[in-house]
Design a protein around this ligand. Structure first.
Ligand SMILES: Nc1nc2c(ncn2[C@@H]2O[C@H](COP(=O)(O)OP(=O)(O)OP(=O)(O)O)[C@@H](O)[C@H]2O)c(=O)[nH]1
Ligand SMILES: [Mg+2]
Length: 197
């Protein structure tokens, strides 16, 4: 259960992130996939993390403190074509440095849109996480936009694609910031990991 959630700080680089050693969980994925919205849904707040219908809203590393015990981190989206190449490269470096250097990072949640076929940029990113031994789970977002059957088919076909390259599938969550589907499961997963630390 999340009983309190507050914004801590926005940082342009991992070097400026909070010095605290609290366990940390970060949301990552393509621009507009719903990272900030899902953080708000988990925390039961409307505007804790800034959201927008236009991609490229979150551009910094945003820390939130949850229950005074752990950090939730909202990261910028990757791969948004409309941002210039220079900014895209800069964001990529920011994200990669954060993932590689943030020692408190316990688990990443890679968000993917339930409606889309597996996207190369996401599969490549997961591959990179695997190569760098960074633990992650996959979170399907915007589940409210599909029927039950469409959702089932979409997720099954995603898993089939993953099985081409992964021996073992990562944990999978199906969520909607709109209906709050899957938010309790996500929080429970995090709190369960926290209880083992
Ligand atoms: N229907 C529906 N819309 C959603 C859901 N989650 C997010 N959205 C919408 O998707 C758009 C993008 O949401 P954001 O949370 O800002 O996405 P983001 O991944 O943080 O985007 P960047 O910060 O630009 O990387 C907004 O218009 C949201 O209202 C969801 O679960 N269901
Ligand atoms: Mg965002």
């Amino acid at each position: 259960m999340i009983t309190s959630a507050q914004f801590v700080i926005s940082s342009p680089d991992v070097a400026q992130c909070p010095k605290s050693t609290l366990p940390e969980y970060a949301f990552i994925g393509r621009s507009n996939v719903g990272k900030s919205s899902l953080i708000n849904a988990l925390c039961n707040q409307k505007n804790l993390a800034k959201t927008s219908s236009k991609p490229g809203k979150t551009l910094l590393i945003n820390h939130f403190i949850i229950n005074q015990q752990w950090h939730l981190v909202d990261l910028p989206g990757y791969g948004y074509a409309q941002t210039g190449l220079k900014q895209r490269e800069q964001l990529k470096r920011m994200i990669e440095r954060y993932c590689l250097l943030r020692e408190q990072l316990i688990n990443l949640f890679v968000l993917v849109d339930s409606r889309l076929k597996p996207q190369t940029i996401d599969l490549d990113f997961m591959q990179w996480l695997g190569e760098n031994e960074i633990p992650f789970a996959i979170v399907f977002t915007k589940a409210d936009k599909l029927s039950k059957l469409q959702l089932k088919n979409s997720i099954e076909s995603y898993q089939t694609t993953l099985m081409d390259t992964w021996e073992q599938l990562p944990p999978i969550f199906i969520t909607s910031a709109e209906s709050k589907q899957g938010t309790e499961e996500l929080t429970q997963y995090i709190e369960h990991i926290n209880s083992t630390l």
